[in-house]
Structure formats: C-alpha cells, structure tokens
Design a protein around this ligand. Structure first.
Ligand SMILES: [Zn+2]
Length: 279
C-alpha cells in the first residue's frame, strides 16, 4: 500500500530531476522512443529515474554500466508501464545484468507432475516472484525498431506474473473483456503454432508459438517496436494490447520494413540496419 509519506518522498525525489539533460536527450533520440509526446517524454524520464532509485541493479562477472547505460536500461524497462503507473512493478526488487548470454538452471514441472531440472542459455529471464535477469549485450542492442527487445520481453513477463505464473493471461484493467483477450490471443497463438508446424512464413517471430506466455511477451515486443506487423496480421491482438498498455504506438511510430521470419527461428528477426528500415 502506497501511503501519503511514501508518495511525498517519491514526488520530492522526482522533482530533483535525477537524470541529467545531456543523458536524457541521447536516450530520447533512440528509435524506440520516436513520437512520444512531450508529456510522455517527461513521464518516461520520471519512471526511469524512479526505477533506478527503487530497483537494485546487480552487475555480474565484472560488468560495469555507465550512468547513461543504466538510464538506457531503465527507459526501455518502463516504456510498457508509462501509462500504468509507478506501482506496476512494485512486486519485485532486483534486476541482475550479465555481460552477455547466461546459463540458468531451473526446476520445472511437466504435464505429469514430474519435476525436472534443466539448464538453458538465455538472453533474459523473469523469475516468478523474483528478479529479472538480462544480458547487457542484448539489452543494449534492443532499442531499435526491429520487433526484438529483450528488455520489453522480460518486463512483459513481469506484468503477466502479477496474478501468478506467466501464462499469457495478465490481470486486465477495468472495462477490458477477458473473453475478447482470450479470443484474440488464442486465435493468434493457434495460427502461429500452425505456421510453425508447417515451416511457413510468419510475420511474427515464431518463438511466440512456444506457449501462451511467450506469445504475450513476443507480441509485446512487436507492439512497442513494429506495431504495424501486429495491426496488419493480428488486429484483434493489437486492440487488446492497446487497451492493456494504454498506449497506441501505431500512431507514433513510422511503418518500418519489418523482416518476417521465413523459417522458424528462436532468436527473433535478424537485425536490420536502421537507415534501411524506412519504407
Ligand atoms: Zn519469454
């Protein structure tokens, strides 16, 4: 519960403009933040400052991040909650950043209730009830409009986990229809699974066909980077995400030539140089 005193402390902290102008101007110049209104730019700066103040950023294996790199991380992390408020990330505390891909060992329970251990090489992971793990090499390369953003992906999982395990069914806002959400996402998911099974062309990275949780996280990446890719092919999903994030990136971002995944790939669309991206 956020009481008056806490809010007072937060307002006083934010009034001090903790992120220097020179750093903030360079962050705002990145493609990911194109088209934000002045009010949204100011809101993003406040959210990013509060994020860096509130969350513990733990750096692994000798990684060092400059102030600007920390702001780059925070600005991407808070873009999804720009219109959801500071409290949308209040149920966890730590971001653990590795220099690059990292090895993660997990226990998981299969359909038969058997517990297994597995080791994976990952670019990011959102631990249920716990930290967000990120590869800095991937986080730093994420703020481009190519439909691939490991930071947004993992923080979408965090929003999904607010009502339990990540399952593509996050808590919806008042006035949203749970039926419309389920219908939009299950239709898109089933279609992507169908494409994946047939090795077919897909406008969306087929990692979305892994399971409903990944489907929501991958669509969230596209929503904030290449919204036309969703609006063109899965308009019902776009509409649900527009209501969920309370943002409409279709209105602010240019249509970029999004690169379709011609074959099922597990790492996202291939990076497209910025100057070639405009249609
Ligand atoms: Zn994921």
């Amino acid at each position: 519960m956020f009481n008056f005193l806490q809010r007072y402390r937060r307002d006083r902290f934010l009034a001090s403009q903790p992120i220097p102008d020179a750093i903030w101007d360079r962050i705002l110049a990145l493609p990911l933040f194109i088209g934000l209104t002045l009010a949204e730019q100011a809101g993003l700066r406040q959210h990013a400052a509060w994020f860096l103040h509130e969350k513990t950023i733990t750096l692994i294996d000798g990684l060092e991040l400059s102030d600007e790199q920390r702001v780059l991380l925070a600005a991407q992390a808070v873009l999804p909650i720009l219109h959801l408020g500071f409290d949308a990330y209040d149920d966890w505390h730590e971001v653990i950043v590795y220099p690059g891909h990292f090895r993660a060992r997990d226990r998981y329970t299969d359909h038969f209730g058997l517990v297994h251990e597995r080791e994976q090489i990952l670019a990011g992971q959102a631990r249920p009830g716990g930290a967000v793990l990120l590869s800095w090499a991937d986080a730093e390369a994420s703020a481009w409009l190519d439909g691939w953003n490991v930071v947004i992906h993992e923080f979408a999982h965090k929003l999904d986990q607010r009502n339990g395990a990540a399952n593509g069914d996050p808590p919806l806002h008042k006035g949203m229809s749970a039926d419309a959400w389920k219908r939009a996402f299950s239709n898109a998911y089933n279609h992507l699974v169908w494409l994946a099974e047939r090795n077919e062309y897909s406008p969306i990275d087929l990692y979305a066909a892994e399971n409903p949780a990944e489907c929501f996280a991958v669509f969230s990446e596209y929503f904030f980077e290449t919204p036309h890719a969703i609006a063109d092919h899965y308009p019902a999903v776009y509409e649900q995400l527009r209501q969920f994030y309370k943002q409409d990136p279709l209105q602010r971002l240019p249509r970029v030539r999004y690169r379709p995944a011609y074959e099922p790939v597990s790492y996202g669309p291939v990076y497209v140089p910025y100057q070639d991206m405009w249609v």
